[in-house]
Ligand binder design. Structure first.
Ligand code: GLP
Length: 236
């Protein structure tokens, strides 16, 4: 594992965007695994800037997002589909039809999970997966549990996740209680992983995840077993 300490959030964002753009330059038809949350926003802004300068071409790229809230339509401002469109996709030349986010309003959510796993296989797996980390160590929405959940599945969100994500909603009651998330197996099968963590409040959980015991009670701890993990942190 490589751990890179960034000077500040702008530096973290530039470094992460550099890793992603290198991937796209080396493999123009790369499959990027993408993430939501406040941490990657600066990374996406940087990628947009470089795209506008003509430095990166996303026309052949496919993207697969980690997760989506159950019950939110893609045009709901709190949905992760909406987040991705607003913070990245509509500013670059990626083909929207090649951007995948789980469907939070699928009639049969279990079937949607199976479809998502099949999709990841169909596109040939993920070349580079970007990850944030929740305060309880979740990656995607793989919440702490008894076992590492393997494939795409429906999760009941933990109380700390609901509280952390309430800041994006009008009231805590509006935060969906369930989500569809890619599983640990799909994440671990990505060829490369890039974990980004920003802020003093993430220091403790990142240290636990990277240097503590590998346990489902800290889902991100499994990343220690990945052969190609890069972590970029800024705890200032
Ligand atoms: C959400 C997402 C995660 C993300 C986490 C941390 O719960 N499902 O993928 O990593 O938030 O978000 P932030 O970057 O805002 O701290």
């Amino acid at each position: 594992m490589r751990v890179i300490e960034a000077k500040d959030y702008a530096d973290l964002s530039r470094k992460a965007a550099n890793v992603i753009s290198a991937q796209v330059i080396l493999k123009p038809h790369a499959v990027l695994g993408l993430a939501t949350g406040s941490t990657p926003i600066g990374t996406y802004k940087q990628l947009i800037e470089w795209y506008k300068k003509g430095d990166i071409d996303f026309s052949a790229v496919k993207s697969i997002n980690l997760d989506e809230y159950v019950g939110l339509m893609g045009d709901n401002e709190q949905s992760y589909r909406y987040f991705m469109n607003e913070n990245l996709f509509r500013h670059i030349n990626i083909n929207l039809e090649h951007t995948y986010v789980p469907n939070g309003v699928a009639a049969d959510p279990e079937e949607e999970c199976r479809r998502y796993d099949a999709l990841i296989e169909e596109v040939g797996g993920i070349d580079l997966q970007l990850l944030g980390i929740g305060h309880n160590g979740h990656i995607g929405f793989n919440e702490p549990g008894q076992a590492f959940e393997k494939t795409t599945h429906i999760v009941k969100l933990g109380e700390s996740t609901i509280q952390a994500n309430a800041r994006f909603f009008e009231s805590i009651d509006d935060v969906p209680r369930q989500a569809i998330t890619m599983g640990i197996k799909s994440i671990m099968q990505a060829k490369k992983l890039l974990l980004i963590a920003n802020g003093p409040d993430k220091k403790e959980i990142v240290e636990k995840a990277l240097y503590g015991p590998v346990t489902p009670s800290v889902p991100a701890s499994i990343l220690q077993f990945h052969p190609n993990l890069t972590v970029i942190t800024c705890f200032e």
